[in-house]
Design a protein around this ligand. Structure first.
Ligand code: E4P
Length: 218
């Protein structure tokens, strides 16, 4: 399973890239706004740090303007994945961009039918938002189960399931059990993945016993 980080904060991205566990980055207009920086500059900087796909989202809602923005974004670096919303214009742009060899991430997916459309439009990634479904009382993970089942029925589908709006480690584990290709995870949740009280307790005991030996490893 590939791990992307869902942030536009370059310091967080640098730190995670150093772990060797980071396969890509996703951003969205809200994350860019939070960074307080110009989208082209921040995406260029992220692409210098991460060689895997870096999603940069168009802000236009109309096909022609989306294509113009996609041109600007995809020119930043070869690893930019242009993110488009799951709307008729967004899917039309996805189809055109995919034909030109541009990697497209179709975002704001909330149904299996939408995921099927994105695959037909040639999306490199489909982003179903699990946390936001949970927020309205629907089970986000059920959507991942449906999409992975449907995509697996058709080996010709190359679209990768990118689980988005992850809020906790359980979302990630469930997505991995279902065979989702990618998870985009907020930095705080990535940090949670390392944690287990028995690891801390066990390490403290080992270190205490080791200190009693008076040894050093050299
Ligand atoms: C994915 O690409 C989105 O940026 C993100 O996962 C949305 O998550 P949120 O619902 O926590 O805002």
């Amino acid at each position: 399973m590939k791990f992307f980080v869902d942030t536009a904060e370059i310091s967080e991205i640098r730190e995670l890239a150093e772990t060797g566990l980071l396969d890509g980055v996703t951003t969205n207009p809200s994350l860019i706004a939070k960074s307080g920086r110009k989208i082209t500059e921040v995406i260029a900087e992220i692409c210098d740090v991460v060689s895997g796909p870096v999603s940069a989202e168009v802000a236009a809602t109309e096909y022609g303007q989306m294509m113009k923005e996609a041109e600007v974004l995809s020119r930043i670096a070869p690893n930019v994945a242009v993110k488009v919303p799951l709307t008729p214009d967004g899917l039309r742009a996805c189809h055109s961009l995919s034909q030109k060899g541009v990697m497209v991430n179709v975002t704001l997916c909330f149904s299996a039918a939408q995921a099927l459309l994105a695959a037909k439009a040639g999306a490199a990634f489909i982003s179903p938002f699990v946390g936001r479904l949970d927020d309205i009382g629907q089970n986000g993970m059920d959507l991942i189960a449906d999409i992975t089942q449907i995509y697996n029925n058709y080996p010709a589908i190359r679209t990768e399931v990118l689980v988005a709006s992850i809020r906790n480690p359980i979302h990630l584990i469930e997505a991995a059990k279902m065979g989702a290709d990618v998870a985009t995870i907020p930095p705080a949740v990535i940090r949670q993945l390392y944690a287990h009280p028995l690891t801390d307790k066990g390490l403290a005991a080992f270190l205490a016993d080791w200190a009693k030996t008076g040894q050093t490893i050299a």
